[in-house]
Design a protein around this ligand. Structure first.
Ligand code: PMP
Length: 418
């Protein structure tokens, strides 16, 4: 008798049978609104007919065309098609399977291209679960505890998480940049620093958007010291924030972006994009893998990009995101008494509600209770944040105004009953 490892826990008791758009149906036929989107993966919704058709067609002609052995058509098509959505200077691509692998690819590239050993990550960031990316992850010790030694050469600077510090955004940003300079003076000399690796919006760290001044500060220091600016767009990419890429809200030019999740509507695919001259500095043989750029995943990604463009899903994410943020804020302040939610924030279709006690301490118990109650009422959500006290809403980009209203009605009910 075998069973799944007990360390693999589900946020809900749902055993899913099938999905359609923003809905999941369990094995008994019960409908759920899926405001998790497989952790921000099913960008075009569950089983979008065009993604299904592209994948089905590809399965019948070629499943695996190993990309260091042969080239295949879906990979060529995807590479060409990405030019229409990527910033024009990021014109060279490498593909892998998972987000963690993409971040590792960016790390290898940064070290090889600069000849420098260290990277600076930003407090609250999540970059993956492999040992290297778990070392770079500071959104919770649960992701890196118990299997040390971790990787050396990773240093942590503050992210401007204004709410946590209890400061204005300006104060938090000035502090974060000042501390980064102090890190340079005391911990990692700029000449030994290969890259900044940073999310445009902290994802697993609690749905905290960065800001223009902060990223301008990173860009300026990167230029001054020959450091590469790597933006981890794995959760924020492909329309999630209401722009194609999260960094586009902040008027900053990254040297490298990492991507995964929303790129292929659920098929495993990830990658990095950089300038060709930079990418050419990766050492031959240092990037690759058996399954990278799987033909079915690439065909699904091409269809995903077509659907995102033709159905206007980036604009939909911006509009539905504004509706969701406004509704979540209204729900959090509906009662005259103490609200269990201290802050509601987000960007596009990434909306987080941070649960706090009356004295402002993190309140993971109520967050968990709200999540469970929402699932019982047919709305699937996830938590995030260092203390797992932020409930996040991250529906597919195809979500409709009616579905957002339905989710908000359930959410208001949950909060009223809490
Ligand atoms: N970076 C970010 C910003 C992520 O959100 C995630 C996944 N939550 C990862 C990296 C790691 O991706 P994966 O789980 O596919 O390895």
């Amino acid at each position: 008798m075998t069973a799944l490892s007990p360390h693999l826990k589900q946020a809900s008791p749902v055993v899913v049978d099938h999905g359609l758009g923003s809905e999941l149906y369990d094995v008994d036929g019960r409908r759920y609104l899926d405001f998790t989107a497989g952790i921000g993966v099913v960008s075009t919704g569950h089983c979008h007919p065009r993604v299904v058709a592209a994948a089905q067609e590809q399965v019948g002609s070629l499943i695996h065309g190993q990309y260091t052995t042969v080239m295949h058509r879906p990979l060529l098509e995807l590479t060409e098609r990405l030019a229409s959505v990527l910033p024009p200077h990021l014109n060279s691509l490498f593909f892998a399977n998972s987000g963690s692998e993409a971040v590792e690819a960016a790390l290898r590239l940064a070290r090889q291209a600069t000849g420098r050993p260290n990277v600076v990550v930003f407090h609250g960031g999540f970059h993956g679960r492999t040992v290297a990316t778990a070392t770079m992850t500071t959104s919770g010790t649960r992701f890196s505890a118990g299997f040390s030694p971790l990787m050396s050469g990773v240093h942590v600077a503050p992210f401007p998480t204004a709410y946590r510090y209890g400061w204005s955004q300006e104060e938090a940003t000035a502090f974060a940049l000042r501390e980064l300079d102090y890190l340079f003076a005391t911990v990692t000399a700029p000449g030994e620093t290969a890259a900044f690796i940073v999310e445009p919006v902290l994802g697993e760290g609690g749905y905290v958007p960065g800001n223009t001044e902060f990223f301008a500060g990173l860009r300026e220091r990167a230029d001054r010291h020959g450091i590469l600016l790597v933006m981890d767009e794995i959760q924020t990419g492909f329309g999630r924030t209401g722009r194609y890429f999260g960094h586009q809200h902040f008027d900053v030019e990254p040297d490298v972006i990492t991507m995964a999740k929303g790129i292929a509507s659920g098929f495993p695919l990830s990658g990095i994009a950089a300038r060709e001259e930079l990418m050419a500095q990766a050492w031959p043989g240092s990037q690759g893998g058996t399954y990278g750029a799987n033909a079915v995943s690439c065909a699904a990604a091409v269809a995903t990009l077509q659907v995102i463009a033709e159905e206007g899903l980036v604009d939909n994410a911006a509009e539905r995101g504004a509706q969701l943020l406004q509704g979540a804020r209204a729900a959090a302040t509906a009662d005259a008494g103490h609200s269990p939610i201290g802050d509601v924030r987000g960007l596009g279709l990434m909306v987080g509600s941070e649960f706090t006690t009356a004295d402002g301490a993190p309140d993971p118990d109520r967050a968990k209770a709200a999540l469970t109650a929402a699932a019982e009422k047919g709305l699937l959500l996830l938590t995030c944040g260092a203390h797992m006290n932020v409930v996040r809403m991250i529906p597919p980009l195809v979500v409709s105004a009616t579905e957002v209203d339905e989710a908000l009605a359930i959410w208001s009910e949950v909060l009223a009953e809490l």
